[in-house]
Design a binder for this molecule. Structure first.
Ligand SMILES: Cc1cc2nc3c(=O)[nH]c(=O)nc-3n(C[C@H](O)[C@H](O)[C@H](O)COP(=O)(O)O)c2cc1C
Length: 666
């Protein structure tokens, strides 16, 4: 039969469109399905899929809620997310999709999403709720389940976990949400998430293959796949059919089921007592210890994000947020060599030359790099607030030290890298030796390429050659009195000192291990370090650096086209984007700057600053270093940074930042 010319009644349409349901669903049952009202509180990953699956089953009366619009990042899992729907309301797009399948679909829309205020209107008269709230929308989910129970409405929840679906059914006469998940007033959000996750999937099968480092409770993010959303819709819709038709077989909580085609496993059981079950309590205790404490790093914390519409004037809170983001940038020894001045439509980044007096900070290059990184962070954070941002460098570097201005415009969008500003860190642990792929390196190159910068890479066996050179250069660190004394003045030997000064390097952040920490404490004084050097112990520090290079997936050298001051500010911007990209991709990074900063001193200031034995060592080192990076032209290109990257354990001890007020130039 070709297209239908005559408008049909809902019943005529139903009899034709859903004819193939017969045999599974009787005529009367199909009518009942046509009359039933289904409430779906979100149109994202599982919600959109639930809707389509239910519409094709013959349901046609819906209460649908979602306040959001589709974003490109929804593409991997959300039915309605297409190139054409980016920026459009999820509710509108999914209503169109449903009505394209069945023009008789009636939708009662809740474009503000489900809220405590509209919960009753959303639920009243519904026959079933198919939960599709975001995993992290815990408070409203709890209210929804409680109210539905009071109103006598069953709720089905199907969670896409890894490649699996985990399904629970709550009926008005069975256990309640709070009883099953063992939720009590006053629990932290993180604890509630954990209880929800463990109750949803008591066996936790999917944990076998999920990369847990990609689960971030703080960012409210975790892996989620379309495959699992489809499975959820299939299972949840089956339960909805059963409930609406009063068919037998509904197994309310504490019954659970999880189906994981990736593991070829199906498990169904009863979790007696819900999360109060002794075994479950044990799991909760272990998970709390390992999940909630893991990934939580001490050190600087993100400032709260102010509400913003990206329109002028820029409020005090918005400036605080921008300065907080800028200060989260890296700087040599965490000297934070910057100050910020607020402008009517932007932020000025000034360098503070006296903040970093290290022998390494030749011609303030380390400071310029740090200021470039800070400006890039501020520009990215501006996007989060809805502003557009352009970084501009002044023509000359005057006595006021203005290094960059972040000019804001009204209306802008968030760059995904802005999300990881507060996660980026220096990781001085040893990394896995898994070679970092071309694909990853090409992505990093694309980030630095925006600034005309280049990345030169060493991988595999060649890392050993580089490690030998790094060892040579790092020996100078402990044998040079100025370097030694400056470094020690920046180490914060106790947590109290770190918290009081809010700059420098907390001892634990150096990841030297118990022996390394003892050695650092013992050799704070130059005379003692001299003795240690004479006895050959100084080399321990250099060996540690060399070991770091070997225990990496790659080492990269970032270069800029020139060696003028502006090149290094631009290099700092490129470095920051590259470091944020690495963070976003789940890779760790540590700068190894002795070689490059010594080289810049050598080129720009001559050999005078080095002792004779170190001059000989470096003279021998340069050609070997150059041969490892044959593509780089060290006569013209500025070396911004040598760093090692790889896959490794996250750090737990971070660095601190001074308060926003202390970084303000009034
Ligand atoms: C120009 C520059 C040079 C740096 N040199 C080194 C280095 O040689 N070794 C190292 O472990 N970290 C180095 N760092 C990292 C800083 O110590 C680090 O950024 C700072 O302590 C703040 O910590 P965070 O990066 O974890 O936020 C350098 C950072 C910058 C910006």
């Amino acid at each position: 039969m070709s297209g239908h010319a005559m408008p049909m009644t809902a019943r005529e349409f139903q009899d034709l469109a859903f004819a193939r349901n017969h045999g599974l669903i009787s005529i009367d049952e199909q009518d009942a399905i046509g009359r039933a009202i289904v409430a779906i509180p979100g149109m994202g990953g599982v919600g959109g899929q639930h809707l389509i699956s239910l519409v094709r089953t013959g349901f046609r009366n819906f209460r649908l809620a979602d306040p959001d619009t589709f974003e490109l990042v929804n593409t991997n899992r959300q039915f309605g997310a297409t190139n054409n729907s980016v920026g459009r309301s999820k509710l509108t797009v999914m209503t169109e999709q449903a009505q394209a399948i069945n023009p008789h679909v009636q939708v009662e829309p809740f474009p503000e999403g489900v809220t405590p205020a509209n919960l009753d209107t959303f639920l009243r008269g519904a026959d079933v709720v198919v939960d599709s709230l975001d995993f992290f929308a815990f408070d409203i989910r709890r209210k929804l389940f409680m109210r539905a129970r009071e109103l006598g409405i069953p709720v089905i929840t199907a969670g896409p976990l890894g490649f699996s679906t985990a399904v629970l059914v709550f009926t008005p006469s069975g256990m309640s949400f709070d009883e099953y998940f063992d939720i009590r007033e006053g629990m932290s959000q993180e604890e509630c998430f954990l209880r929800f996750a463990l109750g949803l999937s008591p066996r936790g099968m999917h944990f076998r293959y999920i990369d847990r480092s990609r689960v971030s409770l703080r960012r409210r993010k975790g892996p989620s796949a379309y495959i699992a959303c489809q499975l959820c819709a299939g299972v949840a819709s089956t339960e909805a059919v059963r409930l609406v038709l009063g068919r037998p077989g509904v197994r309310p909580v504490p019954a659970y089921l999880q189906f994981d085609p990736y593991l070829d496993k199906f498990c169904a059981g009863r979790l007696l007592g819900g999360n109060r079950n002794p075994l479950q309590r044990l799991k909760l205790a272990v998970a709390t210890k390992f999940l909630l404490s893991r990934g939580e790093r001490n050190g600087h914390q993100p400032p709260s994000k102010p509400g913003s519409d990206g329109r002028f004037p820029v409020s005090r809170e918005e400036f605080r947020y921008l300065i907080g983001a800028a200060s989260a940038a890296p700087s040599g020894d965490n000297a934070q060599p910057w100050k910020f001045r607020t402008l009517p439509t932007g932020l000025a980044v000034h360098m503070v030359p006296e903040a970093d007096t290290s022998f390494f900070n030749i011609r303030q290059i380390a400071t310029l790099i740090a200021c470039g990184a800070a400006a890039e962070n501020a520009a990215l954070a501006a996007g989060t607030l809805g502003y557009g941002a352009q970084v501009e460098l002044p023509d000359t570097l005057d006595s006021g030290g203005l290094a960059a201005t972040v000019n804001l415009t009204e209306g802008g969008t968030e760059d995904p890298l802005a999300e990881v500003i507060w996660e980026r860190c220096t990781n001085r642990r040893l990394f896995k030796r898994t070679i970092v792929s071309d694909g990853v390196l090409e992505r990093l190159q694309a980030e630095v390429g925006r600034f005309g910068c280049r990345l030169h890479t060493v991988r595999g066996e060649q890392l050993k050659s580089l490690a030998r050179l790094v060892y040579q250069a790092d020996r100078i660190r402990t044998e040079h009195r100025g370097l030694h004394e400056h470094f020690n003045s920046m180490v914060r030997f106790t947590e109290e000192e770190a918290l009081e000064k809010l700059d420098g390097l907390p001892l634990k952040n150096l990841y030297g291990g118990a022996a390394g920490e003892a050695f650092l404490k013992l050799t704070r004084d130059w005379e003692r370090m001299r003795v240690a050097n004479a006895l050959g112990f100084g080399r321990i520090v250099a060996s540690h650096s060399a070991e770091g290079i070997v225990n990496s997936g790659a080492a990269c050298l970032l270069t800029v086209p020139g060696m003028a001051w502006k090149d290094f500010v631009t290099g700092g911007r490129a470095l920051q984007r590259c470091w944020l990209k690495l963070t976003d991709l789940g890779l760790a990074m540590q700068p190894m700057t002795a070689v490059t900063l010594f080289r810049l001193r050598w080129i720009l200031e001559g050999q005078g600053g080095f002792e004779a034995k170190h001059r000989d060592m470096l003279r021998d080192l340069w050609p070997k270093f150059d041969s490892l990076f044959p593509e780089a032209d060290f006569r013209t290109e500025g070396q911004v940074m040598l760093f090692r990257i790889g896959y490794g354990r996250a750090i737990e001890h971070g660095t601190y930042r001074k308060a926003v007020e202390a970084a303000l130039l009034l």
